[in-house]
Write a protein that binds this ligand. Structure first.
Ligand code: C2O
Ligand code: CU
Ligand code: CU
Length: 547
């Protein structure tokens, strides 16, 4: 296919939208346009992606209604899309939206997960995603962690109406790492992600290849989420909406890669595990049940320079961590558990809701690991994983007066009388940017974030994972104010601040300094709490990058 044909088609999609039937027909069947294979499709990838409602068997009995992303490759390497459990399979699914007039019969081999495809790309690759919204409500896609322009990021104001198509197109500038995509409509993000809309976006590059990490079947993505599942096998979205605003959602069922009671079979050798906390509000304190330390090789923005060891790792909503695990010394048939350990100081409020069943900080099993097969040689991680270009404090234009942002709760909610989550002292307004939310292109800055939600009672003492769109940053300092810090000792040794981050967990009373640099793109991005119920309840703000 010629480039001008691609461009014409893009214009067509943008201006006319694409009929629902056309896009649906494409899923798992013939693509919209003829696939052209050449020996060199490496630099361009075009995919069709739709958000749609469907059902899948999650537990014995009634199928579970979910929303999910379904994709197919239109141009480029077909292996660029993988299902979360392995190589691509074209599962027919029972579509339950309004286009479901000729639903295919229930498949013999059902769809494994509600999670979207893993999109695999290389750094420098051009990617075009023809996204069609087949949901009954508006949505917008967000590419969490990617350094791209605001129109493709996408700011919550770029809504896609039901039946409409939107083309996201960008060049992958990020280094190798585990990024992800999910919806971002203001006020509806929590519910849409909860229904199942999320997928991984995995970037590879030459530096990563040189590190020689476990690949293929030994490179395993693990998306951790929690749900409440009712007696009829349906997801229940019951947020903890108390007097003091919406605390969040906590489920009592832990799902890994979209499956409850997840067991991972591993060979007795070294693995790379890529973990994403895709939960709405739950924070995990991850550890092996037998006390083996975790060997961390990567964070939100890719590989660390050197592996670091932790007895446990804190993983807040939106964060990723990559582990090196060497199972070679273990017995065949042995079982291990990845656990979330007890911690305190991050309890949620007193309102009614799921949090009563399995509170934040309660201990539980995340997944089982079963060792199978012959043993290999013990393998330590490479001594040098990558090179990180450190920002320098003296290069920050505001080094003498860092911008400071308060993460807190305040008035201004429903009827003016309720409480709301605030960021920088204000709730989200689609077009509003405060004076201290405007930055200059090509500058480095220090941002200081303070979690002031330390009321300690009535749901005001809360952990907040703060996420900044459009870039990766470096955490240079953490401070904790006493005395509202009783739980701090139970989490503080599980932070991994050595690498690139886009989401940073903050305990009540904690104050964090970040170094960030605004490059390549101007326009409006958001920063927000990645507790999705906090985000939906106003804990999100714009920041504007000006030339
Ligand atoms: Cu993963 Cu603005 O979010
Ligand atoms: Cu994001
Ligand atoms: Cu929050």
């Amino acid at each position: 296919m010629q480039m001008n044909e691609l461009l014409n088609r893009r214009t067509f999609l943008r201006t006319t939208g694409l009929g629902t039937a056309g896009l649906l027909a494409n899923i798992g069947a013939a693509p919209i346009v003829a696939k052209v294979r050449t020996n060199n499709v490496g630099d361009f990838l075009e995919i069709a992606l739709q958000a749609t409602a469907f059902e899948l068997p999650l537990l014995p009995g009634t199928w579970t209604r979910v929303w999910g992303y379904k994709g197919s490759v239109l141009y480029g390497d077909p292996a660029s899309l993988q299902t979360i459990q392995g190589p691509p399979r074209n599962y027919p699914v029972r579509l339950s939206n309004r286009a479901n007039l000729q639903a295919p019969p229930r498949p013999a081999r059902p769809p494994y997960s509600y999670l979207g495809p893993i999109i695999k790309v290389r750094r420098g690759q051009r990617v075009r995603i023809n996204f069609t919204n087949n949901l009954p409500e508006q949505t917008v896609m967000h590419w969490h962690g990617l350094h791209i322009a605001p129109e493709t990021d996408a700011h919550p104001s770029f809504l896609v109406a039901p039946g409409q198509t939107y083309v996201y197109e960008f060049e992958v500038a990020n280094r190798a790492g585990t990024y992800w995509f999910h919806p971002h409509p203001d006020g509806r993000t929590g519910r849409q992600v909860y229904n199942g809309l999320a997928g991984l976006f995995v970037v590879s590059d030459d530096e990563e290849a040189a590190a020689g990490l476990p690949a293929g079947n030994f490179d395993i993505p693990l998306v951790i989420q929690d749900r409440i599942i009712d007696a009829n096998n349906q997801f229940v979205y019951q947020t903890n909406n108390g007097m003091m605003g919406n605390d969040g959602f906590l489920g009592d069922r832990i799902l890994v890669n979209g499956r409850p009671d997840f067991t991972l079979d591993v060979a007795r050798r070294a693995y790379r595990l890529r973990l994403l906390n895709g939960s709405n509000s739950r924070v995990y304190k991850l550890a092996w049940d037998d006390g083996t330390p975790l060997t961390v090789i990567g964070t939100d923005g890719g590989l660390l320079e050197q592996a670091v060891q932790r007895n446990y790792v804190m993983l807040a909503p939106g964060e990723r961590v990559e582990l090196w695990v060497d199972f070679s010394g273990r017995e065949s048939g042995a079982m291990m558990q990845l656990r979330s350990l007890q911690f305190s100081g991050a309890e949620m409020g007193m309102g009614m809701g799921g949090s009563q069943m399995l509170p934040n900080g309660a201990p539980f099993t995340v997944m089982n690991v079963r060792l199978v097969g012959r043993t290999g040689e013990p393998t330590p991680p490479p001594t040098q994983l990558s090179t990180i270009n450190r920002y320098r404090m003296e290069d920050a234009v505001n080094r003498n007066a860092p911008r400071s942002f308060a993460v807190s709760m305040g008035t201004g909610g429903m009827m003016g009388g309720g409480m709301r989550w605030l960021l920088n002292g204000r709730p989200y307004q689609e077009t509003e940017v405060a004076a201290n939310e405007i930055v200059r292109l090509n500058t480095t800055e220090i941002w200081e974030l303070a979690n002031n939600s330390t009321g300690g009672m009535m749901g005001m003492s809360m952990v907040h994972p703060i996420h900044i769109h459009g870039l990766q940053f470096q955490v240079i300092e953490r401070q904790i104010a006493s005395p509202m810090t009783t739980g701090y000792e139970t989490v503080r040794y599980g932070y991994v601040d050595e690498g690139w981050k886009d989401t940073v967990m903050m305990m009540p009373g904690e104050r964090i300094r970040l170094l960030l640099r605004f490059e390549d793109f101007t326009g409006m991005y958001v920063y927000h709490c990645h507790n999705l119920e906090h985000e939906d309840a106003g804990m999100m703000r714009n920041y504007l990058v000006r030339a």
